[in-house]
Design a protein around this ligand. Structure first.
Ligand code: VGL
Ligand code: ZN
Length: 201
């Protein structure tokens, strides 16, 4: 069985949002068209408590998009975004969410970020998604959403590492592309056996 994984299509990642991905909202209609076709549909929702460790505002002297040191290592520090229960954390209003099998929230531990839908950024804390998909009989995961080079990409790499056939539907994703991060991520996915495909074709 195949699963459609829709990653972080939330207001804060769309135009006008706190951490806008250029053209983020452009993926919505195409994802909606695929929606009915999958027996397993999973949405992820970036879901941070106020004062989350991934926010630059939580670190004295740091600006958004600086690099910072968290308990588990270095990572990018972000503008405050997807704060639990705020409008920015809600799904894009036109995204179909009816009939989702699972809405997986991630990044809710105050000290740990979670780009991937499978493992948090400490690379050891599982979200439980691999077990869920396996128990449902899923063998192949198709990924869509935001951002290609962060949450979609890390989810794809972990899907591969967890033994799922993995396809990124590139035209139903949009990236941040910070210093070449987009092409690096796509190369990485390909080199580990993932496929980069189209959801519109
Ligand atoms: C994301 C940065 C921080 C994403 C989430 O959804 O790609 N990026 N939090
Ligand atoms: Zn986040």
């Amino acid at each position: 069985m195949e699963a459609l994984l829709v990653v972080d299509v939330q207001n804060d990642f769309c135009t006008g949002g706190a951490l806008a991905v250029p053209g983020g909202e452009a993926v919505v209609q195409g994802i909606n068209r695929l929606w009915e076709g999958y027996a397993c549909k999973v949405l992820t929702q970036d879901w941070h408590p106020p004062g989350h460790a991934s926010f630059a505002s939580s670190h004295e002297g740091k600006q958004p998009f600086d690099t910072g040191m968290l308990d588990y290592g270095e990572q990018v520090l972000w503008p405050d975004h997807c704060v639990q229960g705020t409008p920015g954390a809600a799904f894009h209003p036109e995204l179909r969410t009816d009939g989702a099998d699972l809405v997986l929230r991630k990044g809710f531990r105050p000290g740990i970020d979670s780009y991937s839908a499978f493992f948090e950024n400490d690379r050891t804390t599982p979200t439980g998604l691999a077990g869920y998909l396996r128990e449902r009989g899923v063998e192949r995961v198709l990924l869509t959403g935001l951002a290609t080079d962060f949450c979609v990409g890390f989810s794809a790499l972990d899907a591969l590492a967890s033994g799922f056939e993995t396809v990124v539907l590139e035209d139903l994703c949009r990236g941040l592309d910070m210093e070449g991060s987009l092409s690096r991520m796509l190369d990485d996915i390909r080199s580990r056996g993932g496929r980069i495909g189209s959801g519109l074709a």
